[in-house]
Design a protein around this ligand. Sequence first.
Ligand code: NAD
Length: 271
Amino acid sequence: MERRNIMITGAARGLGHAMAEALTGAGHNVLAIDRDAFSAETFKAGLGKIETLAIDLTHPDAAARAMEACASSFGHVDVLINCAGIGQETISQDFVTDPVKFWTVKDEDWDRIFAVNVRSSFRLCRAVTPSMIKARWGRIINVTTSLETMIRPGMAPYGPSKAAFEALTAIIAKDLEGTGVTANVLVPGGPANTRMMPNIPGPQRALLVQPDLMRAPIVWLVSGESGNINGMRFRANAWDAAKPGHEAAALAGAPAAWSGIAGGAAAVAGR
Ligand SMILES: NC(=O)c1ccc[n+]([C@@H]2O[C@H](COP(=O)([O-])OP(=O)(O)OC[C@H]3O[C@@H](n4cnc5c(N)ncnc54)[C@H](O)[C@@H]3O)[C@@H](O)[C@H]2O)c1
């Protein structure tokens, strides 16, 4: 296995923390980024190195600062994992039991959620890509959300922000074809047991997707075996870690975004 230099956002807790730990466990160097200050000691020691960087990714200079930090810690960036995100919990902690109606959403709620979930992640994708293309090797893995969540009642603006991010990833994957750099989506596959899902009663909380399920697919997605995988989305809760990676991927994967529907509509319209 080749040791890769990996930049992962939203790594102080939740899905990002589990993925960062799995990646250092697999021997990779990880720059773990989050808005909240956190320590490398929160991760179990792995074979790879881990550095932390506390920055607010919505700051216009954040991508440049992340690139500088990775350069000074490890050198070039091989892999970017965009996992930082915020959702309806930043509007109401009771959004699960008392959904947020779209007509109550303020401009600042819309802008805050889109700024983190779409623009900040876009800026990081843009920043890492030129050197990856030069190296003819790179991986971008974006954490969007379940397709149902994108259109579930009460989920504006989180759902639309993740739909935008999913569409962006599909475009990035096509723009990168033939460069040696790929872009894919990884999602938990359902509501996950993290801070993003507050105020869930105990018995229901136990049914949520556990962050550890992200470990096996992310380790495979950064490995040499997944080099021909581009423009796909994978569901962690459908990933069978007992199977070889390519078999698990075939069962848990589908094309990112809505390419099937888009192709059909375009054909009907003659475009
Ligand atoms: N929890 C779920 O049910 C669920 C389901 C599908 C997808 N997701 C996605 O998974 C990703 C991880 O979410 P999670 O469930 O682990 O939630 P979480 O709240 O535990 O983790 C998100 C992390 O992102 C960080 N973050 C937020 N804004 C930031 C900013 N401006 N700059 C830097 N860091 C910032 C937070 O500090 C936090 O540590 C998100 O993108 C989320 O949309 C979550």
